[in-house]
Write a protein that binds this ligand. Structure first.
Ligand code: GP9
Ligand code: MN
Length: 436
């Protein structure tokens, strides 16, 4: 049967929507330049390696007056990596728990950001100097309503300007500017960087800082490539300014997913100066940087509330003042007061204002201590064992856990059933197209 009415009901009830959140329409008619930062995790921000800043430019943005920096923003990707992060941003739906939804459901009907902005008069494009069919992007971008995809062949790529996966980020941004300059406004353009990709290879010449020293060459190599990406982004900002593209744009920068997997926990604990990486620490390492930079707007701050990639679509639509009242999505505006209060990770873990749930343990988000251990086990008598069993039933993570599971399931139902074939979205900027 068609589960859409049930899903709409859930979304209306559970995914609060502030009709006019604080920054509604602040970036109306501005271009959107979205920069997807490959494998960037928040632990490098305002941090050092060998006594040197890792990301001086991004660090400067964290206290820039025109920038909102979200310091507790989580990636929610799974096996589809970058493509999962793109899926989250475009749709505010969850990617799948296995495989890459870009491959498995690339021909579904969607109601993505590109399509909605297209209906509002925007020209949407993606810039990524890799083979167009990687992650099935060429097909999926069509389904998402992307107007133009500048892939590898839009760039001049040679042995001198490449490393690892292809064109290095600095020449990539440099060569992209000319396309932006001739683009009709307003536009929504996404830039996907590549140099900071596993295994993080970089020449000495391009390395401004030294590698780290641990048993993990992956972690060791990560820092110089992160710095290279930071420099590439700074250079891009300068080029946007020099070519007059900066003032009329809102620039969003977001880490796509983790770069350092749990296989490197030993080296990571050494770097972070911790005895071990606990399941709680592991979840906290899933934070990725998120910046919203609005030139000319001088009210920026560091925002600590718990947010995630699922929230990007409603946030951007609100900033641009594009209505999407009847759209179906699972995120909240990141600036709104009324929010669901939790971020679901794709494996069913979650982060709420008060708790982090992972590996069947409910942690206090603030202290990182398991909530259960608040009862001292040595003092347990028969009586308070019963009490602590009752306590378990009162596990404060439990009610949120149930919502997380329900929400992930409803999102999956939309994707598996290709349910947006049957949806129309009155009240968004234009009616959905008829089913073909
Ligand atoms: C490939 C690039 C990296 O085009 O987006 O992909 P990833 O391995 O990070 O998903
Ligand atoms: Mn990636």
């Amino acid at each position: 049967g068609n589960e859409l009415p049930e899903i709409r009901e859930y979304v209306d009830e559970e995914v609060q929507r502030d009709a006019k959140p604080p920054l509604y329409g602040i970036a109306e008619d501005k271009n959107v330049i979205f920069i997807s930062l490959e494998s960037l995790q928040s632990f490098v921000i305002n941090n050092e390696v060998n006594g040197e800043e890792i990301t001086p430019f991004l660090n400067s943005l964290t206290n820039d007056e025109s920038t909102y920096y979200f310091e507790n923003f989580y990636h929610q990707t799974e096996q589809g990596k970058t493509s999962d992060s793109e899926f989250l941003v475009e749709n505010s739906l969850y990617p799948l728990s296995r495989g890459a939804v870009f491959f498995t459901h690339g021909q579904n009907e969607y109601h993505g950001l590109s399509e909605i902005l297209g209906e509002a008069g925007y020209f949407s494009s993606v810039f990524h100097a890799n083979n167009k069919s990687f992650w099935n992007r060429d097909q999926m971008y069509g389904s998402l309503g992307v107007d133009q995809f500048y892939g590898e062949e839009a760039y001049e790529v040679n042995v001198d300007n490449s490393v690892g996966w292809g064109l290095k980020d600095k020449p990539y941004f440099e060569q992209s500017i000319k396309y932006l300059q001739s683009m009709e406004e307003p536009y929504y353009s996404k830039f996907i960087t590549l140099t900071n990709h596993f295994p993080f290879g970089l020449s000495e010449e391009d390395s401004s800082i030294d590698k780290y020293d641990s048993n993990s060459s992956t972690l060791n190599n990560f820092f110089p490539t992160v710095r290279y990406m930071d420099e590439a982004v700074e250079q891009f900002f300068d080029q946007l300014k020099a070519s007059g593209l900066y003032e009329d744009s809102v620039i969003v920068l977001m880490g796509d997913h983790y770069g350092i997997s749990e296989n490197h926990n030993k080296a990571m604990s050494q770097y972070l100066d911790k005895d071990e990486i606990t399941p709680y620490d592991h979840v906290q390492l899933q934070r990725v940087p998120m910046f919203v930079h609005i030139p000319g707007h001088e009210d920026g701050e560091v925002i600590s509330k718990v947010t995630g990639q699922i929230d990007v679509k409603p946030t951007l639509l609100n900033l641009l003042g594009v209505p999407a009242e009847n759209d179906i999505f699972f995120g909240n505006d990141m600036f709104a007061q009324d929010r669901k209060g939790y971020i679901a990770l794709r494996n069913g873990d979650f982060v709420s204002d008060d708790y982090i749930s992972t590996s069947s343990i409910c942690y206090n988000r603030e202290t990182g201590e398991p909530v259960e251990s608040e009862v001292d086990s040595e003092e347990r008598t028969a009586e308070n064992t019963a009490a602590s069993a009752a306590n378990q039933n009162n596990n404060p993570c439990e009610p949120i856990q149930q919502k997380v599971e329900q929400e992930l399931e409803l999102s999956d139902t939309i994707i598996y059933g290709d349910l947006f074939r049957f949806a129309d979205f009155p009240g968004t900027s234009a009616p959905a197209e008829d089913n073909e």
